[in-house]
Design a protein around this ligand. Structure first.
Ligand code: DAH
Length: 336
C-alpha cells in the first residue's frame, strides 16, 4: 500500500487530485481506515505489530500529501509568474494620433473669427436642413422660376417641391422667420449640385452663409465685417475688393476678392497673375426677401454673404484637387 500511495502521489498534478488520494486511503471508508477499523478482529498478539505499521503508514501518507501539495503550489506559482513576466526593456506601443481634416480646421478657424465678432452659429438639422423645400431654396430668395439653377439639370430634386439644397442661403429665410432682429448668424453647411466631379467641382461641397439684420445696417457694415474677417483669416495686410455683381436675393450685390496671400498681390500662379483671389459673394438683403421672411424692409435692413469652404481650404493649404478633400486618404490627411 505504501509504494502504491507513493506512486499515486508522485503522479498527482493538482491539490484536487491529492485530495482524492487522501479520501481513497484516509477517508471514512478509506483503504487504510478499513484496516485500522479491523484491528479489533486480530489476535491480541498481532495488534501492536499491525497497529504500529498502520499508524506509520498513516503518518507517511499525511506527510507525503502535505509536501506534495506544497511543491504543486510552488510549481503553479512559478508557472503563473513566468506567464506574467513583462520585458520592461521592450519599446512602448506608439499611440497614433489622428489628424484634423483640412476642411474641419478651416471651418473651425472661420467660426472662431465670426464668434469673436458676436455672430452665432446655426447648424442644427432642424434649423439648417440639407433636404429643403423648393420654396426656401429658391422662391423665398427671389430666384425666378426660369432661373438656370432651378433646372433639374443643375439641382437634385426629390420631387417638384423638395430639393437637396444647392446653397446655404435658404437658412437666411428660415432664420428670419424664426427670429426677430437683431440677427447675426453664420451658417456652415453641406450643399448639393448636379456637377460632374473634377479638380474644382464636386456634387457635394460646403458653404458658409452669413446674415446680419438690424436697424440701420449698411453696405459699410458689410465691408467692415468682411474686411476684418479677411485680415484675420489671411493675414493683417490682406486687402478686400468689392466688385459689382448680381444675386437675386441681394441688392446691391458684390463679389469680394482678397489680395493673393501666396504673392501678396504681385501676381502669381495661385491668383493667375491678377494679385486677387475671389472668395465670396455678398450684398444687401433684397427688400423682397426681407418681406417674404416677415421682416419690415422699411424698418430693418441687412447684409448677407456666402463663401465656399472647400475653395477657401484649398487656397489656404495649397490643395490643387478638390477630390482629395473627399477621398479620406490618410496619406493626404496626415499632411495637415
Ligand atoms: N448663395 C450664393 C451661391 O451659392 C452665394 C451668396 C451670394 C450668398 C451672395 C449670399 C450672398 O448670402 O449675399 O452662389
Amino acid at each position: 500500500m505504501r509504494s502504491q500511495v507513493a506512486q499515486e502521489i508522485s503522479k498527482a498534478n493538482s491539490p484536487e487530485e491529492l485530495e482524492k488520494i487522501r479520501v481513497k486511503y484516509l477517508g471514512k471508508k478509506g483503504l487504510l481506515t478499513e484496516i485500522l477499523k479491523g484491528m479489533g478482529k486480530l489476535p491480541p498478539q498481532e495488534r501492536p505489530v499491525i497497529g504500529q505499521i498502520a499508524n506509520q503508514l498513516r503518518d507517511y501518507i499525511e506527510e507525503s500529501l502535505v509536501s506534495a501539495k506544497k511543491s504543486i503550489l510552488q510549481k503553479e506559482k512559478l508557472k503563473r509568474l513566468s506567464e506574467e513576466k513583462i520585458d520592461v526593456t521592450m519599446p512602448g506601443r506608439v499611440k497614433s494620433v489622428g489628424k484634423r481634416h483640412p476642411l474641419t480646421s478651416t471651418l473651425d478657424e472661420i467660426k472662431d473669427i465670426f464668434l469673436g465678432m458676436g455672430f452665432s452659429i446655426v447648424d442644427s438639422p432642424e434649423q439648417s436642413p440639407e433636404i429643403e423645400l423648393d420654396y426656401y431654396n429658391f422662391e423665398a430668395l427671389n430666384i425666378p422660376k426660369n432661373h438656370p439653377s432651378r433646372d433639374i439639370q443643375d439641382s437634385f430634386y426629390i420631387n417638384e417641391d423638395i430639393v437637396l439644397r444647392s446653397q446655404t442661403s435658404p437658412v437666411q429665410v428660415r432664420t428670419m422667420e424664426r427670429q426677430k432682429p437683431p440677427i447675426r448668424v453664420i451658417v456652415p453647411g453641406r450643399v448639393y449640385r448636379a456637377d460632374e466631379v473634377d479638380a474644382t467641382h464636386s456634387p457635394i461641397f460646403h458653404q458658409i452663409e452669413g446674415l446680419v439684420v438690424d436697424k440701420h445696417v449698411t453696405m459699410g457694415d458689410l465691408k467692415g465685417v468682411l474686411g476684418a474677417f479677411a485680415r484675420k483669416l489671411f493675414g493683417p495686410d490682406t486687402k478686400t475688393k468689392f466688385r459689382p455683381s448680381y444675386f437675386p436675393f441681394t441688392e446691391p450685390s458684390a463679389e469680394v476678392d482678397v489680395t493673393c496671400f501666396a504673392c501678396g498681390g504681385k501676381g502669381c500662379r495661385v491668383c493667375s497673375g491678377t494679385g486677387w483671389i475671389e472668395i465670396l459673394g455678398a450684398g444687401m438683403v433684397h427688400p423682397a426677401v426681407l418681406k417674404m421672411s416677415g421682416i419690415d424692409p422699411e424698418v430693418y435692413s441687412g447684409f448677407a454673404f456666402g463663401m465656399g469652404l472647400d475653395r477657401i481650404a484649398m487656397l489656404k493649404y495649397g490643395i490643387d484637387d478638390m477630390r482629395l478633400l473627399f477621398e479620406n486618404d490618410m496619406r493626404f490627411i496626415e499632411q495637415f
